[in-house]
Design a protein around this ligand. Structure first.
Ligand SMILES: *Cc1c(COP(=O)(O)O)cnc(C)c1O
Length: 392
């Protein structure tokens, strides 16, 4: 039986069988090379087979893989210390788990325990994961409807509408959750002042402000945290995707009084904080800082946005280019599937974000030549598609 048959139809799939990777490149079974601007949905943050991460995994696997949270681990302690030292102001506590959705689940429980309030305010267009709690905060009705009833008490307000947010945050709201840049709904950057307004509304009513930086955090936007661009710190920060170089890991960072409101046994994760993912996590943070990957994301991102602005000037099919650093959305006038298939043919992996939006989430190790390559391929594919569709 094929992978498709056994896994069913839950994933939208493309015809590439990936065998190995290095930096911003992957190779298929026949040896064909692809420039990877899909980046495993952002998981390949520090590049495939990053030397630091590979060495850390190898060494840790030779020592011990699993150490449960009820025992101490030097590898875990070192990772936690490093992570907290990089975290936004005040986030001195961390719960370790295994995925983005789990880091959101922990945020929901911590905010509810700390505030004892039932309601949550989330954003239209949000994506926080697909487990039942995280799904309750995820906006897209296509994901939610078949699985209702979900967790009660969630209200969605328009992303970027400070007035609507102020109105929604009342004294029975326990948590407001925001992605500083919405990833899955098409790369929408929070308008200036919006995160600040969320901070003020939460402070005025004693609600917890949670940022979901599972996709936008850890240098992706050219700053360590996406919220750094607005100089606003949350009370809870959800992380996952690239934090352990591709080894599964989620983290829920929190202010001390919030995490400390949880009593023994009220939340836990068997795999969370295992030695292998913590070793990979430390190596990933080392790569981000010591190898200058955050600055590289900023610099290379500038070149990418300049190139895309130039393309947008020549291609009527480009409606808008959005994002920050190496988190980029290109909204087109048509379905992007043909462009993605064309990219695959020419050895470039691209990602979608909704029907007509291309998303670029390359590893932060890319250079100017990779950007030039991807711009060239896009230029050609857009010209072809515009000609085919009679768009002038
Ligand atoms: C990917 C993602 C999630 C969910 O992460 P999983 O590991 O797939 O559960 C949640 N929020 C954001 C912003 C994401 O990009």
């Amino acid at each position: 039986m094929s992978e498709d048959e056994i896994m069913g139809a839950m994933y939208q799939r493309f015809p590439v069988t990936v065998e190995r990777g290095e930096g911003a490149r992957v190779w298929d079974a026949s040896g064909k090379e692809y420039l990877d601007f899909m980046g495993g949905y952002g998981v390949a943050l520090v590049g495939h087979r990053n030397a630091r991460v590979t060495e850390a995994i190898r060494e840790q696997a030779g020592r011990i893989v699993t150490v449960h949270g009820s025992l101490y681990s030097g590898v875990r302690a070192a990772f936690l210390e490093r992570l907290v030292s990089l975290a936004p102001d005040g986030l001195a506590r961390a719960h370790l788990n295994n995925s983005g959705a789990e880091s959101v689940e922990a945020a929901i429980k911590m905010a509810r325990k700390f505030t004892r309030r039932p309601r949550v305010v989330a954003m239209r267009g949000s994506y926080h994961g697909k487990s039942m709690g995280a799904l309750s905060l995820t906006f897209n009705p296509k994901y939610r409807r078949p699985f209702e009833p979900l967790v009660e008490g969630v209200e969605f307000v328009p992303f970027g509408d400070a007035e609507a947010l102020r109105e929604a945050v009342t004294d029975d709201v326990g948590m407001v959750i925001v992605e500083p840049i919405q990833g899955e709904s098409g790369i929408h950057v929070a308008p200036g002042g919006f995160l600040r307004a969320a901070r003020e509304a939460c402070d005025a009513h004693g609600a917890v402000l949670a940022f979901d930086e599972i996709q936008a955090g850890l240098g992706r936007t050219g700053r360590m945290w996406a919220c750094d661009h607005d100089a606003v710190a949350p009370d809870i920060l959800c992380l996952a995707k690239g934090i352990a170089g591709g080894v599964p890991m989620g983290v829920t960072l929190a202010r001390p009084e919030i995490l400390d409101s949880m009593a023994k046994g009220e939340h836990s994760s068997t795999f969370g904080g295992n030695a292998l993912s913590c070793a990979a996590g430390s190596a990933t943070l080392e790569a981000l800082t010591a190898d200058g990957l955050v600055d590289n994301a900023a610099a290379v991102g500038r070149g990418l946005f300049a190139g895309l602005a130039e393309l947008a000037g020549r291609h009527p099919s480009i409606r808008e280019v959005r994002g920050r650093g190496l988190m980029v959305g290109i909204e087109l006038r048509f379905d992007v599937r043909e462009i993605i298939m064309g990219g695959i043919e020419q050895g470039v992996l691209l990602l979608y974000s909704g029907r007509n939006i291309l998303r670029l989430l390359p590893p932060l190790v890319i250079g100017g030549a990779d950007v030039a390559r991807v711009l060239g391929v896009l230029d050609g594919l857009l010209s072809e598609e515009e000609a085919r569709r009679g768009i002038a």
